[in-house]
Design a protein around this ligand. Structure first.
Ligand code: C2E
Ligand code: SIN
Ligand code: SIN
Ligand code: FE
Length: 601
């Protein structure tokens, strides 16, 4: 080999090596560049993804703020999907604490379609099953677990189920608003070694906060609605009670107040039928007296003994007796009150009717559906029952009082008639006379327009007109001849004696006019006070005419009776002096049309 060719080969070899080396370097540089480009693209992707995530979370926030409550669930579902997709989770679940804080409810879940869930999720989970999770979340810090095997058993009661689904990692963030934990948001993923992207956590937490305030708003809206309807119902019930109360207080007919009460029992308490049984104290039995929803005729024949059936039990014990669902009782031991047998009922109750500490009867309610009374319902029933008790009691008091009053008046009137006969006998040795004078006086007074309710006092006054003569000695009263001036003065005292005798008696005070004023004269020349014209009570003016006519036509110890015509002529002559001319006219007309006193004469 020539030195030149050797040199040329070496140069060539060197050149080739350098070219190889350069090519290798170039290749290496190329690879590095590609790696760098890939990395940059990856970063760009991640940035884009986060930007999209941020945007969607922001949109969710904005949406939740103005969302009507009925659309909330739809939005929550969307939020769970957005969260899962952006974080690469396969399952996302929103757990909500129940209002009493005692349980967690699965409010919503989103599941990637690749995952086959075994059956339906459970509705409610006791909080203690999630105690481990809740304890940690109460510090408002998220839980990040990349493999569920790291979790203690107490945290993973259902680890096997999660494993079966292939779920390996979990992120849980608190759903909290204004410092109150409302539940939590759990994101599960299949990626065994997945590290939750630290950057995702703040966004998921933000979503948790947005969800919490939306849930809170929904809950408070529901609460307001519930309170409103409760309030409305309460106002309605109170109004009804007030009306019944007014009805009772104004002494409205018992049938009307009981009718109102029973229809309220049906309306407000949901009873299909409502009946009232009244206690008869003597026989200690209850009789059906008022009814709504069951025809009373079918019950009126039946009486329940106190203690018999649930109305009888209520009356006996003074307690509310009820069966909320008859079908929970065996056929044999179901109650069989007469009203209950009138229809197809599922529930019944009876409340005692009490007033002034004693039982007056029972209120029986029958329902077509099972009942589940709450405090408010029971209170209302108790109020209706006590109103019914008061209504019955005050009705009885009033009617007892009216009866007593009637009896008392009858007894007084009998006494007055007795006195007046005794007076007749002393003065004239016959009776029936005062009675006839009283009757004629009432007739003339009625003709003159005296109101009917005043006539009873006129009659009593007329019967007792000469009661003052009880104080006049026989020597004067029965004197066969004319009276001396002294005797006459004593005689005239019979009017003031009558006043003294009768005025202390309240019952007879409205009847005083006739005994006190029947010797007054129209022209003022009478006694005892010398009253004139219309100063003299009308009853006394009427009676004066009837009395003088009767005296003249009767025999007296000091003279024998005049004829009817002579007496009438005498009276007509005194119209305008002794007597009120209007009364004389009415008197003459009454005698003309109906006669009177002539038989006595
Ligand atoms: P009385 O006998 O029932 O008479 C009632 C009134 O009828 C008398 O009221 C008088 O207004 C009238 N009257 C009765 N008899 C006559 C009569 O013969 N002539 C006339 N013009 N009027 C007569 P008065 O006068 O105030 O007498 C009140 C009572 O005093 C009488 O009730 C009678 O119980 C007694 N009384 C009156 N006058 C006498 C009398 O002369 N002798 C006796 N014993 N008693 C007399
Ligand atoms: C009724 O008015 O029907 C009877 C009421 C009662 O005995 O008080
Ligand atoms: C009476 O007998 O006193 C009154 C009779 C009547 O009212 O007409
Ligand atoms: Fe008299």
């Amino acid at each position: 080999m020539s030195p030149l060719s050797r040199l040329a080969r070496r140069w060539n070899e060197g050149l080739e090596r350098r070219v190889r080396e350069r090519t290798e370097e170039l290749h290496r540089l190329n690879l590095e560049l590609e790696a760098e480009i890939g990395e940059r693209r990856c970063i760009e992707d991640s940035l884009r993804r986060r930007a999209a995530f941020e945007q969607e979370i922001a949109a969710l926030f904005a949406n939740f703020i103005n969302l009507p409550s009925h659309k909330l669930d739809q939005e929550i579902a969307r939020a769970l999907e957005v969260l899962a997709r952006h974080t690469g989770a396969d399952v996302s679940v929103l757990w909500e604490l129940t209002e009493d804080g005692g349980a967690l409810a699965m409010r919503h879940q989103w599941v990637n379609e690749d995952i086959a869930l075994p059956g339906e999720p459970r509705e409610l989970y006791p909080v203690k099953l999630y105690g481990w999770w809740m304890d940690r979340l109460r510090s408002f810090e998220p839980i990040l677990v990349s493999c569920i095997d790291e979790l203690p058993d107490e945290a993973m009661a259902e680890r096997a189920a999660f494993r079966a689904l292939g779920l390996r990692s979990v992120m849980a963030v608190p759903v909290a608003s204004r410092g109150w934990l409302k539940g939590f948001l759990a994101l599960w993923a299949i990626r065994a070694t997945a590290q939750w992207e630290e950057d995702d956590v703040p966004l998921v937490r933000l979503a948790g906060e947005a969800l919490a305030s939306a849930l809170e708003r929904q809950r408070s809206e529901q609460q307001v609605r519930r309170l409103n309807s409760l309030l409305e119902k309460r106002i309605q019930r109170l109004n009804a009670l007030r009306q019944i109360d007014i009805c009772i207080a104004t002494g409205m007919d018992l049938h009307i107040s009981m009718g109102m009460l029973l229809s309220q029992a049906r309306e407000q308490l949901g009873a299909a039928s409502a009946v009232v049984l009244l206690l008869d104290e003597e026989s200690q039995t209850l009789g059906y007296t008022f009814s709504e929803g069951v025809p009373l005729q079918s019950l009126e024949q039946t009486r329940l003994k106190v203690g018999e059936q649930f109305p009888g039990q209520a009356a006996l014990t003074g307690e509310i007796i009820r069966v909320d669902d008859l079908e929970t009782l065996p056929q044999k031991s179901r109650p069989r009150s007469p009203a209950l047998l009138c229809g197809e009922f599922r529930a019944c109750c009876a409340a005692p009717l009490k007033a002034r500490g004693t039982v007056k009867g029972a209120l029986e309610l029958l329902f077509e559906e099972p009942i589940s009374p709450d405090r408010e319902w029971l209170d209302y029933l108790a109020m209706l029952a006590s109103l019914a008790g008061i209504a019955i009691d005050s009705h009885r008091l009033v009617s007892d009082l009216q009866q007593t009053n009637r009896e008392l008046i009858a007894a007084y009137d009998a006494t007055i008639e007795g006195w007046s006969r005794a007076l007749d006998l002393r003065d004239r040795a016959t009776w029936g006379h005062s009675d006839r004078v009283a009757s004629l006086t009432v007739r003339v007074a009625r003709r003159l327009g005296v109101p009917e309710e005043d006539l009873v006092h006129i009659r009593r006054g007329a019967l007792l007109h000469d009661i003052g003569k009880m104080a006049t000695p026989d020597t004067i009263l029965l004197k066969p001849g004319k009276l001396t001036e002294e005797e006459r003065a004593i005689m005239e005292q019979h009017t003031t004696h009558a006043y003294e005798m009768l005025s202390p008696i309240e019952f007879l005070r409205p009847a005083l006019d006739i005994p006190f004023c029947h010797h007054e004269r129209w022209d003022g020349s009478g006694y005892p006070r010398g009253l004139k014209g219309e100063e003299i009570p009308l009853g006394a003016r009427v009676f004066a005419v009837v009395d003088v006519f009767d005296a003249l036509t009767s025999d007296r110890p000091y003279r024998s009776g005049w004829s009817r015509d002579r007496a009438l002529e005498h009276i007509c002559g005194l119209a305008g002096s002794h007597f009120d001319p209007r009364v004389v006219e009415a008197f003459m007309q009454e005698l003309l049309e109906h006669g009177g006193l002539c038989e006595a004469a």
